[in-house]
Design a protein around this ligand. Structure first.
Ligand code: NDP
Length: 604
């Protein structure tokens, strides 16, 4: 299993298959997702918004609206933009944070950046006249772009920041949603869009003794610069005399660790499963290239990327990066049968991971550390990472990898972290332990939704949701959630959010123009949509398959019950989902939706 010369590997697929199986077995645990604990009770402070001045107040509002949008991240902002473009201006955006940005508002940890190319990830570049500074944008630039979108499309005047929805009830008589908030607002909205995000609720590892730690600690999504010193763009000066531990080595930790390594007196990295870390090769934006761009370039590039990472052949690979190379390797093989295709794909996957492991061996000086940092699973079992300083950090004398060999941290004490019986004393402990993914939808939102006849969405979806396009559910008229459940998914997730936004804006604008006060999917439409999804599911999964090492992509390796299957994504590729939505809109029939017209105008 060694590299011979560039691009060529000799390895035994059987031996690798066995090694992957052994590494997976080490990590399987019966408690699955319940190994994690939410930021509640004694852990409530972990969720505190560190970026706002305390004591914010504003008068409570009583308003009638065409649309209420929940969430001010890219999903909610794009919904607002697409509504304005469709001529719908009576809307509000409710957001928990103190500004727009969602993920990019909360995640200000050192080194935070986006792994997806900036020219396709940052939406509305042509509309706002902005060009990112680098091929991969750092978090402050992305957050600033969110604010730019807010200003450009006049979204700030619609925003209710630092506000949480408390109740959401459908009023069948008025054909409106009644919403109350923790700021005392009472809103009556004809339509509701929920763009709550998919990775917005941080979680902690349920390590015995976690509540006993007496040093300083925080989660990466609420970075405490008042303790570490520095800022997202400057060195953390107050760590120079501190022993710091970080638990987790996922995509977040990979970005934060080089900065902690540069600043801390001593850094311990507690690893359960190594990430796969390819080269980043970030580059400043090429001004000469920018001059060649023609109107419409961004959508063309977004489309090209999503096609390639969906495994579709394209004449050119515009983005040409680590993501597209994972998929290009597999599609360039001309297989004659599905079996041959699967076999070639597996070989390509082995080859890709051999490259990743060879990169570790080439960079890491200590052979024991190098072996521990090599990931043994297929490329899409966990989120692939790309970074040019992460591995190098482990060559520093003040940085120690504490590998738990797949078992996780054993115990946390008042003064440190215990692995294999040895205590590592730390002053500060950073949890890079990720976000809730599989939990119940309304529980993650923080409020239940009561539809027709007081029916609870929580109860209704407990046995598995039924939807049309993942965007309408019978019993919940005029409600459009943006989720991945029975809906599209994309590596460039903003691509899907924009399509969902355009879809929702189209339906709402059509209803307002046609005097339709109420839309609800038929049972039959939901059933037909489910059959479309089933058809795709039977073709197999790309990310986090059942044979993968545990993680949030595969429900921590626990086989799901039959109801969980109904939470699956659309299953086909990104562009197939988008094409279905576009064709549906183009027909203009609002097919599968029951429409109820009102006598009066639907404008308040
Ligand atoms: P992840 O869920 O990916 O990582 C959590 C980490 O904590 C894993 O390494 C996990 O190990 C580890 N862990 C959990 N419990 C224990 C334990 N008991 N002992 C030791 N280690 C433990 O969260 P992230 O915040 O890193 O990333 C979440 C997602 O956010 C990414 O997948 C990605 O989608 C997104 N993201 C995107 C970025 C981008 O560039 N666009 C950048 C950063 C994040 P194990 O793997 O064994 O479970």
């Amino acid at each position: 299993m060694t590299a011979t010369k560039k691009g060529e590997f000799t390895f035994s697929p059987e031996a690798l298959r066995e090694k992957y199986r052994i590494e997976r077995e080490k990590r399987l645990r019966p408690d699955g997702n319940t190994q994690y604990i939410p930021l509640q009770g004694v852990f409530e402070d972990f969720d505190k918004d560190r970026y706002v001045e305390p004591g914010f107040t504003r008068p409570a509002l009583t308003e009638k609206l065409d649309v209420l949008i929940v969430g001010g991240g890219f999903g909610g902002m794009l919904a607002g933009v697409r509504l304005r473009q469709a001529g719908v201006n009576s809307f509000r955006i409710i957001e928990k944070g103190g500004d727009f940005g969602g993920t990019w508002y909360w995640n200000r940890y050192p080194g935070a950046a986006c792994d997806v190319e900036s020219y396709i990830y940052l939406p509305l570049l042509e509309e706002t006249g902005y060009m990112p500074k680098e091929k991969y944008a750092k978090a402050p630039e992305i957050f600033a772009h969110c604010q730019r979108i807010g200003r450009h499309f006049d979204l700030y005047k619609a925003a209710l920041f630092q506000t949480l929805v408390q109740t959401m009830d459908w009023d069948e008589g008025a054909r409106r949603w009644n919403i109350t908030t923790d700021r005392g607002d009472r809103l009556a909205a004809r339509f509701v869009i929920i763009a709550g995000g998919v990775l917005h609720k941080a979680k902690l590892p349920g390590i015995p003794g976690i509540e006993t730690f007496r040093g300083h600690c925080f989660h990466t999504s609420r970075w405490d610069y008042s303790y570490t010193g520095g800022s997202p763009t400057s060195r953390m000066t107050r760590l120079a005399d501190k022993r710091v531990g970080i638990i987790g080595t996922g995509a977040t930790a990979v970005q934060a660790i080089p900065h902690l390594g540069a600043a801390a007196q001593q850094l311990y990295v507690f690893q359960r499963t190594p990430s796969s870390v390819g080269a980043r090769n970030n580059q400043p934006t090429d001004e000469a290239w920018v001059k060649t761009l023609k109107p419409g370039w961004q959508q063309e590039r977004i489309q090209n990327f999503s096609a390639i990472v969906s495994g579709l052949q394209q004449d050119v690979d515009m983005v040409q990066d680590g993501w597209t190379s994972i998929f290009q390797d597999t599609v360039t093989q001309q297989a004659r049968t599905p079996e041959e295709k699967a076999e070639l794909r597996q070989l390509a996957d082995f080859r890709k991971m051999e490259e990743v492991r060879a990169r570790v061996a080439a960079i890491i000086q200590d052979p024991v550390t190098a072996e521990a940092l090599k990931p043994y699973y297929h490329p899409l079992c966990k989120r692939p990472c790309f970074h040019d300083e992460y591995l190098e950090t482990f060559n520093q004398p003040n940085v120690q990898l504490v590998d738990t060999e797949g078992k996780g941290v054993e115990r946390i004490t008042p003064t440190g972290v215990v692995v294999k019986g040895k205590e590592y004393p730390v002053d500060c402990l950073v949890y890079a332990s990720g976000f809730e993914v599989s939990g119940e939808y309304t529980q993650k939102l923080g409020f239940d939704i009561r539809g027709r006849g007081g029916k609870s969405l929580r109860d209704s979806w407990a046995k598995g949701p039924a939807t049309l396009h993942g965007m309408h559910s019978r019993g919940f008229p005029n409600l459009m959630p943006f989720t991945t459940t029975q809906s599209g998914w994309a590596i460039n997730f903003v691509h899907i959010l924009d399509e969902q936004s355009q879809h929702a804006a189209y339906i709402i604008a059509q209803c307002l123009q046609r005097g339709v006060e109420r839309v609800e999917p038929t049972e039959q439409a939901q059933q037909l949509w489910w059959e479309v999804i089933l058809g795709h599911l039977q073709k197999g999964v790309t990310f986090g398959g059942p044979d993968c090492t545990p993680g949030y992509y595969n429900n921590e390796g626990i086989k799901s019950g039959p109801e969980a299957v109904r939470f699956a994504t659309f299953g086909g590729d990104t562009l197939a989902f988008i094409d279905i939505l576009r064709a549906w809109r183009q027909s203009g029939e609002l097919a599968g939706l029951e429409l109820t017209r009102g006598e009066a105008s639907s404008h308040p």
